[in-house]
Structures are given as C-alpha cells and as structure tokens.
Design a protein around this ligand. Sequence first.
Ligand code: DC
Length: 231
Amino acid sequence: MIIAIDGPAGSGKSTTARAVAEQLGYVYVDTGAMYRTVALAFIRNGVSAESPSDGKVRGLLANIRLDMRFGPDGMRIFLDGQDVTGNIRTRQVTEVASRVAVIPEVRERMVQKQRRLAGIQEKERGGVVLEGRDIGTIVFPDADVKVFMKASVELRARRRYEELLDKDPNVSFQDVLSDIRARDERDVSRELSPLHQAEGTIEIDTSHIDLHEQVAMVIRAVRERTNRPIV
Ligand code: DC
C-alpha cells in the first residue's frame, strides 16, 4: 500500500501524513527533508545551487551519504552519519532546497532512493506514506491512494509564520509570505517534475477542514482500496 501525499509548502501535508502513518502502523517519508539535506550538503561544501556545473553536482552526490531512520518521533535524516533533522529547517536551507530541487541529477537520485526506501517499507510493514511534490505524478504514479492537499497562500504563510515564531521572535509575516510565494513559483514552474495535481487524486483543501477530518478522508480512501470495513 503506497499512499502519496503532495501539495505546496504549508498545506498541511506533513501533519496529515504523520497521523495517517501512525493510524495504519506505517512510517511516513518526508521527501522534502531529503532535498533539504542535499541543500545542506551544497552549503557545507561551498557548492552554489544557482547554476552549478554538472561535474560539481555529480561529485557532490557521489560523495555524500544520506540515510533515513524511522523511530517513535518520525523520520530522522542523516548526512554523512550526522543527524541533521534539526539543521535543515533554517531559512537558508529552505531557500537553497528549492533551488537544488530543480537539478535533474539531484531529482534522479532522490526519486531512486524514495522508490527503494518505499519498497523496503512496503515489504516490512505492508505500506508506507510518502509526502512531497511529485510523489503521485513521478515517484509513484500508480500509488494506491493519491492525495493533493491545498490551502490559500495566506493561510499557508500564517501557519509557517507561527511555526517560525517559536524559533525566531523577529521573523516577519511579510517575509514568510514572500518566501512561500517564491517557492510556489519555483515548485510549479520548474521544467522537471513541477508540482501539479495528478489524475485520480483526492483533493483536500485544508482551509476549511481540520486535521481530524483530513486524516479521516485519507483513511477512508485506504479502506475503500483494501475493502476493509471502516471502523
Ligand atoms: O516540503 P519541503 O518544504 O520540506 O520541501 C523542501 C523543498 O524540496 C521544496 O522547495 C520543494 C522540494 N521538493 C521537491 O521538489 N520534491 C519533493 N518530492 C519534495 C520537496
């Protein structure tokens, strides 16, 4: 059972994916964290994400090790053996991640890793939840359940702003809003695997429904798929 959850930044994918995975006894794979970790490697190695040469990107990808581990607090991600789960949430990494995500070699590597990881999880636990931008379109176009989550840009920026306020009381709402707008623009307009709603997806607009209902909608789709009674 592959459950693909896509949508723009701040649409509520992670919270929903985490809750769905928990209810079903699966793990959830945060594919954005993978692009963020590659971005961190770019930063640490002084490789520019603006217009890097193919050689530099290939060299970097060949030399870094990316591992994902799953525990009670969700997915943890490691760069060359170091747990960087907390380090990849900065504004700088967020910005660079959306630039490395347009590089074909990076996407190829990430997609390969995601498919391999999901295969292992499906064997071990019977299913897996993946969330990102291209899961239902590119990584698993034949996923058993495909979900597309959306919400207005103002609401998504408000959510991110409130998350960031905990870490940095000086953060400005206008900055967060313009960051999200710029990332949306790059996500939907990039040539390779742009964010768009795949055929046959369940659309969830999180502006109007709460987490409980979002999760229930996905679980209902899973039950229909497996013909298991809804409990
Ligand atoms: O979901 P997020 O904000 O953590 O994602 C970080 C960046 O990675 C974001 O700019 C979009 C990109 N991304 C992607 O291109 N494909 C994915 N499957 C997941 C994320």
